[in-house]
Design a protein around this ligand. Sequence first.
Ligand SMILES: [Zn+2]
Length: 137
Amino acid sequence: MAEVRAKPVPQPDGISRPYWEGAILGEFRYQRCQACGKAQFYARNVCVHCHGRELAWQVAAGGGRIASFSVIHRAPIPAFAGDAPYVLALVDLDEGFRFMCNVLRCDPASVRIGMPVRVCFESRPGSEQKMPQVEPA
Ligand SMILES: [Zn+2]
């Protein structure tokens, strides 16, 4: 099996395209249901709270807190080996949903549950796509 040297780049589909296009522009987009008013992430065709189908895209302000995390010492593929140790986290954004990302620009040993963070965007070499991540606020 060939080693994967480049980090993976998302392949947007019909439902996720607005999210990934927003990331290129520096916007963290998510869906809010027009029937029940609740936020959801990741993008789906139906509201997970009320099964409504009228979902509107909104832009998150970018603030949130670490809900849980793990320090990765052994990269799953060679493309991430240079980053280890790095932090994989579940982050609760202020808009009311959770997403998984890396915590950048900090010592992994300094990350704590409840730590305030803000969304940032990581470039991927060879692609215009940017990856939503977080950094300490
Ligand atoms: Zn709903």
